[in-house]
Design a binder for this molecule. Sequence first.
Ligand code: NAD
Length: 260
Amino acid sequence: MKLQGKSAIITGAASGIGKEIAMTYAREGAKVAIADLNFDAANATADEIHAAGGQALGVAMDVTSEDAVNDGMAAAVAAFGGVDILVSNAGIQIVHPIEEFTHADWQKMLAIHLDGAFLTTRACLRHMYSSGRGGSIIYIGSVHSKEASLLKAPYVTAKHGLIGLSKVVAKEGAKHGVRANVICPGFVRTPLVDKQIPEQAKALGISEADVIKKVMLKETLDGEFTTLQDVAETALFFASFPSNALTGQSLIVSHGWFME
Ligand code: NAD
């Protein structure tokens, strides 16, 4: 098992990509804290992991709240005796053309994606630094960390920002044995994406089938969605990498949608 003896905290892990990463880490022997706004769903995910023989803890956490993040991190550290891996994953999507975006929606997007990443990183680093055992911080970026799309101004802005944050964490964390990297997935069928399909169809004046074919998967090499497992395997790779050589990087998993 690749993560035996490790403890991980994963935000937004009650659903979608975060949940798959949590199940994968638990199968590989990690103790996982399922930190989510939706506490009932977080506990349900933790129950699934227990039923499969793993160790997990549901944690109520709004990643935009300084107190909730600090308290949730402290609860996970107390339960597991430390933290070795943070996956900053919680996220939402709101799509509009820029001229129709409300300031409130812009701020909400940046709060969840960027304030959430900052607050969880800070709380986690304090524990990682004081324990002296180093760690791995993984941000769930997106192809939109590298590329833009119509209707997604705050999302693209925030996802690009995660690359900058990760590079600073890599530089500052190095002397403490902490590495930081970003995963940049293409479209994955989760509630976040399923919600966008009708919204984009309406905003762009096209059918839902065309949103999938001509917008979401248009630039992929094979017309395929990236899967939950594709992203979870990449998160396992970063978390279990055996040295601190792999830091400050971003890895695109998108069926070739974007290449660099
Ligand atoms: P999802 O909707 O399935 O899951 C998101 C989870 O985040 C939910 O459990 C939700 O309760 C939680 N959450 C929302 N706001 C929160 C908050 N303030 N505090 C704590 N938890 C909160 O979405 P997903 O598709 O699995 O997305 C996870 C991450 O992956 C997001 O950062 C998203 O931007 C990114 N991503 C998704 C895709 C995709 O195609 N699905 C592609 C690239 C990147």
